[in-house]
Write a protein that binds this ligand. Structure first.
Ligand SMILES: Cc1ncc(COP(=O)(O)O)c(C=O)c1O
Length: 388
């Protein structure tokens, strides 16, 4: 009997250890892990540089309060600011804290310029921004909010891809539009670059802040540091998490100077956020992922993978409906039942995870090898074939 609460329907498997793209189960089986903690282990399991860094830091200093200057955090914030649109960074521990902080910053900004009524956040219906009370009501999903009332007010919603609905939903009280650049849980739905540019234009025209949630799609996942990089759009606020910690819980909010200046002393805080242990790992992850050559390789290998996934789709049109995503944030939308398909892949020692709209999500580590992608393709082919 398990004393853990029943809020997860867990698969009946546990792992002893992981190495790179592979997980090794307690009963001695080897799995190709294309879940990677849901886009968290960006460099796979037990990356030697991360193991080394965490061991070294663990012997020096784990935690001090944010009441003191933390050099490792200063260093990572500087790197993130120099690499991106951001002027300021605020560290948290998870994605949902980062999105929640993003909402707070947007509201606080308008408060600080004497427009406290401009406090509503416009989001995509059935998006995913995390599990805190504000984040579930931001997501606008019936399933996630059911039973958790009273409703947290201050959020409006529009349908993904419905530009009329978006424009109609903006009011004088809209403080920010918050969207995932690529909807992860929602079924790997990419917002095209031209839409991001239009969004920016609308925000500029109506004095609205643009929040791009890069918790799942950011930190190299698409082959660019941020999924919005190619669009050349500059958001005002960007929550990140998952990949930046490579498995260590780190969240952060990146912001420009305009909004950042409203976050004065005492306006927000976090006991654990940005502690030396987390920051030393974050620095090591950043140093690897931010390299041009590393990002280029993600693009190169993911293009190869996408090409082959689309070939599979041609080969099995009754099973595969659509291949979605960018880089190593991949969705296979099926005609057939997604759970059965995922279980069959697991029987063949390939781990994947579901997303909405009957999508099988594939999230290899960003340093995956070509031969591992080939193995996944072979298993996918075998499972598709089993339906004949
Ligand atoms: C886009 C997005 N935002 C926020 C979150 C919440 O992150 P966390 O689970 O770390 O709180 C997630 C998690 O999947 C996410 O995908």
């Amino acid at each position: 009997m398990s004393y853990l609460a029943k809020n997860y329907n867990r698969k009946k498997i546990s792992f002893k250890y992981g190495k790179g793209s592979y997980l090794y189960s307690l009963n001695g089986k080897k799995y190709l892990d294309f879940v990677q903690g849901i886009a968290v282990n960006s460099l796979g399991h037990a990356h030697p540089k991360l193991v080394n860094v965490i061991n070294k830091q663990a012997k020096k200093l784990w935690h001090v309060s944010n009441a003191f200057i933390i050099p490792e955090g200063e260093k990572l914030a500087r790197k993130l600011a120099q690499k991106t649109f951001a002027d300021y960074v605020m560290f948290q521990n998870s994605g949902t804290e980062a999105t929640e902080a993003a909402i707070k910053i947007a509201r606080r900004y308008f408060f600080s310029i004497g427009k406290p009524k401009k406090n509503r956040i416009l989001c995509i219906k059935n998006s995913f921004h995390g599990r805190t009370l504000a984040a579930i009501f931001a997501s606008g999903s019936k399933k996630m909010t059911e039973g958790f009332g009273p409703k947290v007010d201050g959020f409006d919603h529009f349908e993904f891809g419905n530009h009329q609905d978006l424009k109609k939903s903006i009011t004088n009280n809209t403080a920010a539009i918050m969207v995932e650049t690529i909807m992860g849980e929602g079924g790997i739905k990419v917002i095209p670059d031209w839409c991001l540019r239009e969004l920016r234009k609308i925000c500029n025209k109506k004095n609205i802040l643009l929040i791009l949630d890069e918790v799942q799609c950011g930190i190299g996942r698409t082959g660019d540091f941020f999924a919005f990089d190619k669009s050349r759009v500059k958001p005002d606020i960007v929550p990140i998490a998952k990949g930046i910690g490579g498995g260590f819980p780190i969240g952060a909010v990146l912001m420009n100077k305009k909004v950042g200046s409203c976050m004065t002393s005492g306006t927000h805080g976090s006991t654990f956020g940005g502690n030396p242990l987390a920051m030393s790992v974050g620095n090591a992850v950043f140093d690897i992922i931010s390299k041009k050559k590393f990002l280029k390789n993600i693009k190169y290998l993911s293009e190869y993978f996408f090409l082959n996934l689309n070939n599979l789709k041609e080969k099995y049109p009754k099973i595969i409906k659509e291949i979605r995503g960018k880089g190593f944030l991949i969705g296979i939308q099926l005609h057939t039942n997604q759970i059965n398909f995922i279980n069959k892949l697991m029987d063949q020692k390939l781990l994947t995870i579901k997303a909405a709209e009957n999508v099988v999500r594939i999230l290899p580590p960003l340093n995956v090898k070509k031969k591992e992608l080939d193995l996944a393709l072979k298993i996918l082919n075998k499972v598709c074939l089993s339906y004949d």
